[in-house]
Design a protein around this ligand. Structure first.
Ligand code: SAM
Length: 187
């Protein structure tokens, strides 16, 4: 069966991450991706995870503790627009994941926005290693979602093909705006 965008995002991450790597979860939320990344990089790697909501940090801390993965994860109660000032310029990132939209079962007004997503992408592209990947899973059914999708589409399409390969993955015959995946791979 074809993988959902969410499932496919994990397949793409798995292929590009090795033990000991440094990776970023740009939208921690309930911590599902943070835990997945922490498992992939292992005890010698490091995961940096960002979210603007206290609830996200609480939920993610709980998941990491239960899985015994807290040691090599740094959670930041900060927007991903602070990646540039939080990660040193020398940091090399093997992969990063964004789940754009709002936190399920939470305040639907707190959403990711094109401006902060752009700042985060720029900071990550500067630090992405060769063959590294940035994956964006874009939920766009909510107010503001279409604008963010348009931004991501335009931004990705404008990346020079000499330096990056960019993939999109979406189901085009499904109801209820299933998420669309974008994957930027540095050549
Ligand atoms: N990946 C998450 C998971 O496994 O549960 C789901 C992420 S949810 C779709 C989007 C998250 O982005 C929300 O938790 C929201 O608080 C967060 N967010 C909104 N603006 C943000 C920003 N500027 N920086 C980082 N996270 C932000």
């Amino acid at each position: 069966m074809l993988q959902t965008a969410l499932h496919f995002s994990h397949t793409l991450l798995k292929e590009s991450i090795a033990e000991g790597d440094t990776v970023v979860d740009a939208t921690m939320g309930n911590g599902n991706d943070t835990v997945f990344l922490a498992e992939l990089v292992g005890p010698n790697g490091i995961v940096y995870a960002f979210d603007v909501q206290e609830q996200a940090l609480t939920n993610t801390t709980k998941k990491l503790t239960e899985a015994g993965l807290s040691d090599h994860v740094q959670l930041f109660h900060q927007g991903h627009e602070t990646i540039e000032t939080t990660l040193t310029k020398e940091t090399t990132v093997a992969a990063a994941i964004f789940n754009l939209g709002y936190l399920p079962k939470s305040d639907k007004q707190i959403i990711t926005t094109p401006n902060t997503t752009k700042q985060a992408l720029e900071a990550l592209l500067l630090r992405l290693k060769n063959k590294g990947r940035i994956i964006l899973v874009v939920y766009y059914g909510h107010t503001g979602g279409e604008a963010e999708l348009a931004f991501v589409q335009d931004y990705c399409q404008a990346l020079p093909q000499e330096s990056y390969s960019v993939l999109t993955y979406q189901f085009i015959n499904q109801r209820n705006n299933p998420p669309i995946l974008f994957c930027i791979e540095k050549k």
